[in-house]
Design a protein around this ligand. Structure first.
Ligand code: C2E
Ligand code: MG
Ligand code: MG
Ligand code: MG
Length: 283
């Protein structure tokens, strides 16, 4: 990102970043080669409809199996990628792989009504080729754009809100769906809801698990607001069945958490789909 903008802009301090400066440079160099070395993969976590506990879709989450360090968390390597051009390659790798996996599941199960949700770094919105790349990959993988959601967070959008809005609107016009991720964490704010064409809100687990007795009021209000804006709501990180029932009663559409299933590989998803939708198998 810093490179792209061409200036000597000072990067903001990222408190989540635990790696030291030289480590970071090494990881950045390693990350550049990670795709061709096949060290990156995607896992998928079910997004479950709370009204009937049925699987509605999956979020694609990236994994990096580093040859020396083993698994490195995306919370560590995505920020590194975002500070260079690498995020564009990583982002397109995820988009390509996830839409091609979705196509394969559809072929194998007879066109199930499920979607795949893919994280899009706001840094990718600064790449003028994003929209064309997305269209080309959807075509190549014969993927219905209506079954593809992009998840966005981050204040970066606000660095160039006009360009971000234009790209997001084009993506919507092309039929893709857009989710505002990590809602309620401070990275995603209310003004995003009116400025950008989101159709889904993902409430961050910090809010879903807030131990305060005010949690109910806050969650109910967020869900009510989303419904009035004609948006779907996903609650992240629901910890108990009790909370799932309560959220369903509040009108929350979906849940995504270890309670409903951890992220797993594409083959496991295919098995899961064939199990859960036996009647629709090979329709
Ligand atoms: P996210 O998009 O908010 O994804 C949800 C994260 O919450 C995932 O962590 C998931 O494994 C975790 N999670 C789900 N259910 C539970 C639960 O019940 N309890 C707890 N404690 N955690 C749960 P993960 O896979 O480590 O990803 C972390 C973040 O890294 C993601 O947060 C997203 O911001 C980023 N990320 C992951 N893959 C990609 C990608 O392909 N592209 C981009 N740009 N970012 C990605
Ligand atoms: Mg996400
Ligand atoms: Mg999230
Ligand atoms: Mg998150």
């Amino acid at each position: 990102r810093a490179k792209k903008e061409g200036g000597n802009r000072v990067e903001p301090f990222r408190p989540a970043f635990r790696t030291s400066g030289s480590d970071r440079l090494q990881l950045e160099a390693d990350l550049k080669r990670a795709i061709e070395r096949k060290e990156l993969s995607l896992v998928y976590q079910p997004i479950v409809r709370l009204s009937d506990a049925e699987v509605a879709g999956f979020e694609a989450l990236m994994r990096w199996d580093h040859p020396k360090r083993g698994n490195i968390s995306p919370t560590e390597f995505i920020p590194i990628a975002e500070n260079s051009d690498i995020i564009n390659q990583l982002g397109m790798f995820a988009f390509d792989r996830a839409t091609s996996d979705l196509s394969e599941w559809q072929i194998q199960t007879g066109d199930l009504p499920i979607f795949v949700s893919i994280n899009l770094s706001s840094a990718q919105l600064l790449n003028s080729g994003l929209y064309d790349d997305v269209r080309a990959i959807l075509n190549k993988n014969r993927c219905d754009p209506a079954k593809v959601k992009m998840e966005l967070t981050e204040s970066l959008v606000m660095e160039n809100p006009e360009q971000a809005r234009l790209v997001l609107e084009k993506l919507r016009e092309a039929g893709l769906r857009l989710a505002l991720d990590d809602f309620g964490t401070g990275h995603s704010s209310l003004s995003y809801l009116t400025r950008f064409p989101f159709d889904t809100i993902k409430i961050d687990k910090a809010l879903v698990r807030d131990p305060s007795d005010k949690r109910g009021v806050v969650l109910r209000s967020v869900i009510a607001m989303a419904r009035e804006l004609d948006m779907r709501v996903v609650a992240e990180g629901i910890e108990s069945e009790e909370d799932a029932i309560q959220l369903a009663q509040m009108g929350c559409d979906y849940g995504q958490s270890f309670l409903f299933g951890p992220p797993v590989g594409s083959e496991s998803i295919l098995r899961l789909l064939k199990e859960r939708f036996p009647l629709m198998k090979r329709a």
